[in-house]
Design a binder for this molecule. Structure first.
Ligand SMILES: *Cc1c(COP(=O)(O)O)cnc(C)c1O
Length: 466
């Protein structure tokens, strides 16, 4: 299996090089040159298999020849043993008494109670494995608006060869999110609170990577959502969900609350690998660039407006580039131009052939804060069900699509206790906290405060990476 860049000017690489590179050298994103195919017999066999067994089967061709199936299997086994549910990603009916055919795919039973754990638990182990094989080390630097930071920290803590520096905007992440990051006592974990916004944090990280001399000297690495290994790990739960809901030849529909387009793109890949899909639905909050692009054919950046589902407060969905590459027949020359134009002008008209294919493979819808709150309130009133606001975006959009001929599986991306304030506002009740979250209060916190100052950040990175 080889990987190619969406911009067409970077070398073809194997999985483990793609893992460590993150972004391709031409600024593009890596995708497989062809998709491995699973047969109906494979899909049938999944009904008797555990999550980890299915993950190993689905991922083996994607990581080959870099990593053999036994080593992969061990890492997969360890990754998903950290989950608090024996099924790892359980699926249950949402509306028990009606025939809506709606299901929730609970992706939040990992160490930090968000879906980021599904990919990052495996990514941390893959990094450690590959770094030790190459006898080298890395300083991972990232920026977070909340969920990614804690999931990356849990994935990398105490791993050989890895230092992790995580920047977050000071005072702008939730109490639980901050505590999940700053109470981790491992020596290789370094939290930095920046006196600025999330965009300031992200710009600082970008500036570090743009300085190639600094990047090479300090062996900087990234685990952000454009890393192909994260997308690959996320394809697995589309297969496990289908195996629980339907026979091997029957299609399932998925509705996915979307930010950086990583989760839903993994669903598209699962389809390319042979999973029968009926409807694949992009669910946005009021930062609805993808839904607008879907409806109008014009992808236009607007200012990000904070919502109750902050992990989806995004205007440039980085993984969408991968989809444009696939839908555009792998025309990297066109895509390179188009992405440059989009970045500089903030608008891109999708060519007719791409728009047509987008509308064949996907549907799209958006939910306002008000609609999200109503959905959370209604589900609680009628079914004593607490939904987190991201999941509620998905449920709201799925219900607006009308009747479902196939089971409609909505991705539940966070535990409601992680977004307590929004859930309490919508229901008048406080969702009960898992023990691990309750136990965070009062624990000692470790964090360095820095200004929005690239030199101060560089100095800090130099100290840590030494
Ligand atoms: C990251 C995240 C999302 C968005 O996922 P993408 O892969 O970026 O589309 C949705 N919900 C929650 C809770 C998240 O943490």
């Amino acid at each position: 299996m080889k990987y190619e860049s969406t911009r067409g000017k970077a070398p073809l690489l194997e999985f483990s090089d793609v893992l460590l590179a993150g972004l391709a050298s031409d600024g593009g994103l890596y995708v497989p040159t062809e998709f491995p195919k699973l047969t109906p017999a494979d899909l049938k066999s999944f009904r008797q298999m555990s999550y980890s067994e299915i993950a190993t089967r689905v991922l083996t061709p994607l990581v080959s020849p870099s990593i053999d199936s036994d080593d992969l299997g061990n890492m997969v086994e360890e990754s998903y043993a950290t989950f608090r549910h024996h099924e790892v990603v359980p699926v249950r009916p949402l509306t028990a008494e009606s025939n809506d055919n709606l299901f929730l795919v609970e992706l939040f039973w990992g160490p930090t109670f968000s879906f980021k754990d599904v990919a990052l638990q495996l990514l941390g182990r893959l990094f450690e494995y590959e770094l030790s094989r190459r006898d080298t080390n890395v300083t991972i630097v990232g920026a977070t608006s909340g969920d990614t930071g804690s999931a990356a920290i849990e994935a990398c803590r105490d791993r050989d060869g890895i230092n992790l520096i995580m920047l977050h905007p000071r005072g702008r992440v939730s109490e639980v999110q901050r505590q999940q990051m700053t109470t981790v006592a491992s020596a290789n974990i370094h939290n930095v609170a920046i006196d600025g916004t999330f965009d300031d944090c992200q710009d600082l990280v970008k500036a570090l990577f743009a300085d190639t001399k600094f990047r090479d000297t300090h062996r900087l690495g990234a685990v952000n959502s454009i890393n192909w290994a994260r997308v690959a790990a996320q394809t697995v739960y589309y297969f496990t969900t289908a195996s629980k809901l339907v026979g091997p030849n029957d299609p399932v529909s998925f509705c996915v609350p979307t930010g950086n387009f990583g989760n839903i793109f993994a669903g598209y890949i699962a389809g390319q690998m042979g999973l029968p899909l009926d409807r694949l639905v992009i669910a946005s909050n009021h930062n609805d660039i993808l839904t607008r692009a879907y409806l109008s054919g014009i992808m236009e950046i607007r200012e990000v407006q904070p919502s109750t589902s902050p992990a989806m407060d995004i205007q440039v969905s980085s993984n969408f580039e991968r989809l444009l590459f696939e839908l555009g027949g792998k025309d990297s020359a066109w895509l390179s131009e188009a992405m440059l134009q989009f970045r500089s002008e903030g608008v891109l008209a999708l060519p007719a052939n791409i728009l047509e294919r987008l509308r064949i493979s996907f549907e799209a819808g958006a939910a306002t804060n008000q609609q999200v709150a109503e959905t959370i309130g209604e589900l609680h009133a009628t079914q004593q069900e607490f939904l987190d606001p991201h999941t509620a975006v998905g449920v709201n959009v799925a219900r607006h699509l009308g009747s479902h001929n196939s089971p409609m599986a909505v991705m539940a991306t966070a535990h409601p206790a992680k977004f307590e304030a929004a859930v309490a506002d919508a229901t008048g009740m406080i969702p009960s906290k898992p023990e691990e979250i309750a136990a965070l209060a009062g624990k000692p916190e470790r964090c360095t405060h820095l200004a929005v100052d690239i030199n101060a950040v560089k100095e800090f990175v130099s100290l840590v990476s030494r």
